[in-house]
Structure formats: structure tokens, C-alpha cells
Design a protein around this ligand. Structure first.
Ligand SMILES: [Zn+2]
Length: 579
């Protein structure tokens, strides 16, 4: 690929553990300090930004030149001259010198804490931030190094693997992993989270052999000779997960790892201009401790897993409880089918070349889904289902329609995470009951090489932003990190160009404009969490979350949007990242 050296360098600087040991203070510029000091000056702003190309994402005033911030919120938006009377002795000023400013980016689906912990402590087999082609030999070397330090019985695990980004032109197999170890179980997890690759020892420990039948909603794949290939998908991976043995950690060690994971990932988010993120679960204790220590630099919409949801229901806590920094949102994604990226999503038509015909994995039943949705809906907690393919999306809509009919309530925004492949009937049903689809974007750039398997007709109905916008549905976007890069510049570029890192364009009729992509990555993200009144645009009264970019996303070659440097990221008027 053309920019691999840049990506490798970026990866090294981002993933390097030593480089990430700094405190928040190192990331907090003078704006934060003086904005606290200045808040006693009545009638004057804490911060005034002038000479900027401001894209407000507010229809009342789409473009501006300047704005003022007071007590963490936008006070006024207008021309540089308008701001003069707001500058007092304690006011900090920032001359943007013609740079572009947009609202803080919002990522509505992200496995933030898990990803941070994995980045900090585990064996990383692929580039976690941008596409990069790896050799199988380099992957096996990393696993061997970990195996050499692993005691008997403990599993050797590797993460962030991508099967279509191998120099060797083939995915890992059981023989590769047997060459890492015959005595220790070895597992390699695809970055997408819906498939993994195992060695013979791992299958032996789990009691799986070539004759083991597939569980419902999952596969143990076989090679041409009918032997286990090493790959397991969805519910078959869940079978394997039950046998995984990791070193035992004390409660305190676990908490420390969760805190360090969160601290690390928060720094990464703001480096890329991401100011609000819907987290998939994670330790609430760690989250609060990181917030208390000042290291939670972004805002969190917390999507609770089933154990926490049970506690929320018992305590009577509903979606929306919390504050502007940490708020309970919908549920953790309730998995209903497989993966788009790993080619296990549910489909009406079989995957090309599969014998017997493979229609992907559906990982739940309609009855279970109905009962789950009804319970959550009645408790006032918004449902969030992971569904990529038409069959699974239709099941989810049936469950949501049923719940709303049994207990009608206005203003509910149940979610469908990914909602990748759609048709007209799905769009109609979604609009009718106010469901919010939360779609992938970055795959169009980072995973274009996988789309040959689906073809262009299919891709024209996937990540269907043109369709959502034309139907006036406030589609959100979630990167699903680690499966997708959380870089909002890649997200916007993907939506505008539909062109991959390898130059291939897929589903071009779903292209949208830069302004539409900006709207989806900001305001629609705020709508997703019912926070459109307090964030998502540069509007007086809203939280002062914004990003300074060196170039104008409207003016650069659309294929270079991803390269625009992020100069500064500000959350609630405080600088949390400065280049
Ligand atoms: Zn996810």
C-alpha cells in the first residue's frame, strides 16, 4: 500500500507504551487553565476564537468566523468583530489564522475500554489504527515470543488480526499456529471480533475435532480435506471461549488494567478529534476513577452489558441518567448475527462459492429477541441490537415493533448497530417507529479488499448513507473500534468517496457530501444519545466541544481528508489535545 511507512510510524507513536505514560497536564494547554481562572470575570468570555473557518453544523448559521466560550459552553458565534466586547483581562484568545473548526466528533459505537486494555497489555498482530499489510511470519514471531513467557495451561493470545491483510495472500491456519506451540493452546482473534483462529492444542482442550457439529449461529471451519482449518466463527468461538485460561489477576490488578486501558484510549480519541464516544460496557468503577483523576478527556455514553442492565433495572435507572461527562445510554449491542467484515453476517442469498450454501450466522431466536426487547423497553432502557444483514435486521424490527405496541411510549430511540445491508422495506419500518440506525463508515476505506466477496450491487445497499439521508432518518455512525479505526477523518472520507486504501470504489451511489458526513459524525451522534440540545454543533448554549483542523475538509482532495492534521481538540472549553 502507498502510505504504509506513514502508517507504521503513526502506529509506533500511538501504540508505544512509553510514549503514553504522560499525565493529563501534558495534554492540557493554556486554554484550560485560563478558562478556569477567568470564569470570575462577569460579562466577559473565558475564551475567544477568531479568524477561523467555522463549520458550525447549525442550520441557523452554517458558517462563522469566530466564537466565544464561557463556563464550558459556547456563548456567542459570529464574526471576529462581534467578539471584541467579550474579551476581558482574563480572557484567553486563540487566533485560528484561517484554520478550520468543526464540532467535536461523536463515535456512537466503540469497545473503548477493552480496546485500551488490549493495546496496553496484549500481543497486537495488526495495525490498530489504519490498514497495514502484515506477513504471517511476523505474526508467528510475536506469538512465539509470548509463548516463550507463558506457563503451562495458559493460552497464548493475539489480537487485532486481519485475515485479508496478509502479505502471503492467505489467512492463518491451524498448521501455522501449531508451529507456534504444540503444548500451549494458541488463539488469534480477528480485529472484527466475530472469528478466531486456533491451534490443535486449543481444539483438544475444548474437545473439538473434525467431526464436531457446528453450534447454532457459528461454524468450526474445515479445509479441503475436511480437517479443522483453525478458524471458528461467532457462536463456535463462544464455545472455545469457555476453555480459555488466562493468568489470574487480583481485583486490584484488574481494576488497574481497566483504568490504564481507559486512560490510554481517551488520549487516543482526543488526538483524533473525537470528543464523545458510546462505550460498549467496561468497568464503571474504573470509569469513575479515571474521571476523578482528570484522565477521562472525552465524554462517555455508557451502553451497559447484561449484568449491569440487570442492576440498572433493579435500581430503576433508565436511559439518560447521568451527566454531561458520563451518561447511561442504550444497552450494549445485543448480538443478533455475524460480522460484515469477517463475512459471517446473515443474508437472504448465500455467500458466493459456498457449498453447502452459507447464509451467515443468526445468533438468536425471534422469541428470545422479543422477550429481551420487551423487558428493556418496559424498564425505560433503550434497546441496541447488533444486526448487519437483512434477516437479522428484520428480526430486530419485529421485536421493537412488538415492544412498542405492547407498551407505547413517545420519543423512544431504539438502536440498530451496524444496520449494514438494507432494503426499502427496512427503511420504511425504521422511519415508522423512530429507530436510529448506527452504521459503519471506515470499512469503505480500510477494508475495501474484502468487498469482492459481496460485489458492487450488494455494497450499493450497504452502509447506505445516501438512502438514510434521502429518507430523512438521523443515521448515526459508530466505528466499532477495534474492528474499525475510530479516526473521524477516515470516516468522513469513506462516506464521501466510498474509495478504499487500495483505490477500489464500492457502492458509489451511496456517496454523500462533506457537509452530510460532518452532520452524521456530529449532530446525528448527539441525536443518538438524546443530547442534540447540548452538543453536536457550534451553537450558543451548547457544550464547547470543538476541533481545530489544519485544512478545510471541503477544499482538499476528498481522498486526502484523512491526512488533514488535527491541531487542537477542546472539550467543554478545555484543551485536551494540542499538536
Ligand atoms: Zn461492536
Amino acid at each position: 500500500m502507498t502510505n504504509s511507512s506513514h502508517n507504521r510510524r503513526q502506529f509506533m507513536s500511538l501504540a508505544g507504551i512509553t510514549a503514553l505514560g504522560g499525565t493529563t497536564a501534558a495534554f492540557t494547554g493554556s486554554l484550560a487553565t485560563s478558562s478556569l481562572a477567568a470564569s470570575s470575570d462577569p460579562g466577559k468570555a473565558d475564551l475567544v476564537v477568531t479568524n477561523a473557518k467555522v463549520y458550525t453544523v447549525d442550520a441557523h448559521m452554517p458558517r462563522a468566523e469566530a466564537f466565544a466560550v464561557k463556563d464550558g459552553r459556547f456563548l456567542t458565534v459570529g464574526t471576529s468583530a462581534d467578539m471584541k466586547t467579550l474579551i476581558g483581562r482574563g480572557t484567553d484568545t486563540f487566533d485560528a489564522k484561517g484554520m478550520t473548526i468543526v464540532p467535536g466528533f461523536i463515535d456512537c459505537h466503540n469497545h473503548a475500554e477493552d480496546a485500551g486494555r488490549v493495546l496496553r497489555y496484549e500481543v497486537i498482530l495488526g495495525n490498530p489504527y489504519a490498514p497495514e499489510i502484515m506477513s504471517i511470519a511476523s505474526i508467528l514471531d510475536k506469538l512465539r515470543a509470548r509463548a516463550a513467557q507463558t506457563p503451562p495451561g495458559i493460552w497464548v493470545q493475539g489480537f487485532f488480526y486481519d485475515d485479508t491483510k496478509a502479505k502471503d495472500g492467505r489467512p492463518l491456519n491451524i498448521h501455522d499456529l501449531d508451529a507456534v506451540s504444540r503444548d500451549l493452546p494458541v488463539a488469534v482473534y480477528h480485529g472484527g471480533g466475530h472469528s478466531a483462529y486456533y491451534n490443535s492444542k486449543a481444539f483438544e482442550v475444548a474437545g473439538i475435532d473434525r467431526n464436531t457439529p457446528n453450534p447454532a449461529g457459528g461454524t468450526f471451519d474445515h479445509d479441503a480435506k475436511g480437517e479443522l482449518s483453525g478458524r471458528a466463527t461467532d457462536n463456535a468461538m463462544e464455545v472455545m471461549n469457555k476453555f480459555v485460561k488466562r493468568p489470574t489477576l487480583s481485583e486490584e490488578e484488574t481494576l488497574l488494567r481497566n483504568r490504564e486501558g481507559l486512560t490510554l484510549i481517551s488520549k487516543q480519541f482526543v488526538r483524533f478529534g473525537v470528543t464523545s464516544v458510546a462505550h460498549q460496557g467496561g468497568s464503571l468503577t474504573a470509569l469513575q476513577q479515571v474521571r476523578d483523576s482528570g484522565d477521562l478527556l472525552h465524554r462517555v455514553n455508557y451502553e451497559a452489558d447484561s449484568a449491569v442492565v440487570d442492576a440498572l433495572i433493579a435500581a430503576g435507572i433508565r436511559t439518560g441518567f447521568g451527566d454531561e461527562r458520563v451518561r447511561f445510554g442504550a444497552t450494549y449491542e445485543h448480538i443478533c448475527d455475524g460480522s460484515f467484515e469477517e463475512r459471517t453476517m446473515s443474508r437472504r442469498t448465500p455467500f458466493a462459492g459456498t457449498k453447502p450454501p452459507y447464509y451467515g450466522n443468526i445468533t438468536t431466536t425471534q422469541d428470545d429477541l422479543n422477550a429481551w426487547a420487551e423487558r428493556l423497553h418496559r424498564a425505560g432502557i433503550e434497546c441496541n441490537c447488533h444486526a448487519n444483514g437483512v434477516p437479522a435486521i428484520e428480526m430486530v424490527l419485529t421485536a421493537y415493533e412488538r415492544a412498542l405496541k405492547l407498551a407505547p411510549r413517545a420519543g423512544v430511540r431504539h438502536k440498530i448497530t451496524h444496520c449494514t445491508n438494507i432494503n426499502d422495506d427496512i427503511v420504511r419500518r425504521i422511519k415508522e417507529i423512530g429507530v436510529v440506525p448506527n452504521s459503519f463508515t471506515v470499512y469503505l476505506y480500510t477494508d475495501a479488499e474484502k468487498f469482492h466477496l459481496y460485489g458492487d450491487d450488494f455494497l450499493s445497499q450497504c452502509m447506505a448513507f445516501r438512502t438514510w439521508m434521502d429518507a430523512k432518518i438521523p443515521v448515526a455512525t459508530g466505528t466499532d473500534y477495534p474492528p474499525g479505526s475510530f479516526d473521524p477523518r477516515i470516516s468522513i472520507q469513506s462516506m464521501v468517496t466510498r474509495t478504499g486504501w487500495n483505490g477500489e470504489t464500492w457502492g458509489a451511489r451511496q456517496r454523500i457530501t462533506v457537509d452530510e458526513a460532518l452532520l452524521i459524525n456530529t449532530m446525528h451522534g448527539a441525536y443518538y444519545t438524546h443530547e442534540e440540545a447540548i452538543k453536536g454543533s457550534i451553537t450558543p448554549g451548547k457544550l464547547a466541544d470543538f476541533v481545530v483542523m489544519a485544512d478545510d475538509l471541503h477544499a482538499v482532495d476528498p481522498n486526502k481528508i484523512k491526512d488533514i492534521p488535527i491541531v487542537r481538540t477542546v472539550v467543554g472549553g478545555a484543551t485536551v489535545y494540542s499538536a
